[in-house]
Design a protein around this ligand. Sequence first.
Ligand code: 3PG
Length: 306
Amino acid sequence: MAKVLIATEKPFAPAAVNSIKEVFNKAGYETVLLEKYTDKADLLNAVADVDAMIIRSDKATKEVINTAKNLKIIVRAGAGYDNIDLEAATANNVVAMNTPGQNSNAVAELALGMMVLIARGGYNGKPGTELKGKKLGIHAYGHVGKLVGNIAKGFGMEVYAFDPFIESSVIEADGVKVVNSVEELYKTCNYVSLHIPANDKTKNSINFNLLNNMPEGGTLINTARKEVIDENGLLKIMETRNDFKYVSDIAPDCKDIFAEKYESRFFFTPKKMGAQTAEANINAGIAAATQIVNFLENGDVAFKVN
Ligand code: 3PG
């Protein structure tokens, strides 16, 4: 009987856990649940004898993977898999997968929600501004970027995108204008919403020079990863341009400086909240569980990322 660990420091909604367990019960698998753990040792103990594991932003490090002697598959219930040591997984013959698109709507709704929040000054009683008629730049037009653009059109925003990996015609078919360079996106748009993954090429890539292209009142929305931001550049733009605003789903390391100096020009969620809805948890959780069963039973490696 296969044994599967659900390791979620930030737990899924209970309904999602039930749905995942149902998939595994049907397959005749045993499910072990490790939630809200604070000590890495708890994760190391829990992975020791499992065949498969579902994680969220939990860190599947080399140590975790080496400790899990029976592990055959890790599925990140979500989009970004920068928390999995892919080299260690491959070296140990462990398949790593994600569940692209399953939690995207929740993230897209949060991006727009945070835009309204900052445009209205955090609901502070003073006049704010509207999104209608403003230009929104989507930096990377994947599952989340596409949905953000779609919702933004409902607000009456003019939507632009930059994504060198997607044919312009595919983006334009959604009524979104394509720009030819990342600089042009930032120059053109009042709001830029980040949807790039965190990898060696993108880490620290959102820097002062890029941000300084934005017009007056420029606002950066980050529901991607804090690692893609060059924090020195971010602090420099906040310091040199008192019109600039930054909202992010998870605070940067320099959050104390923001709290001290830039009141009302930023908002940070206290914990990564983008995918934290019951619907996203259920969609991503069931997808992860199904991918594990399909792999263990039929060797199906769709969604493999290593
Ligand atoms: C993702 O990459 O899917 C999101 O960042 C969600 O992360 P979470 O599962 O930790 O909420």
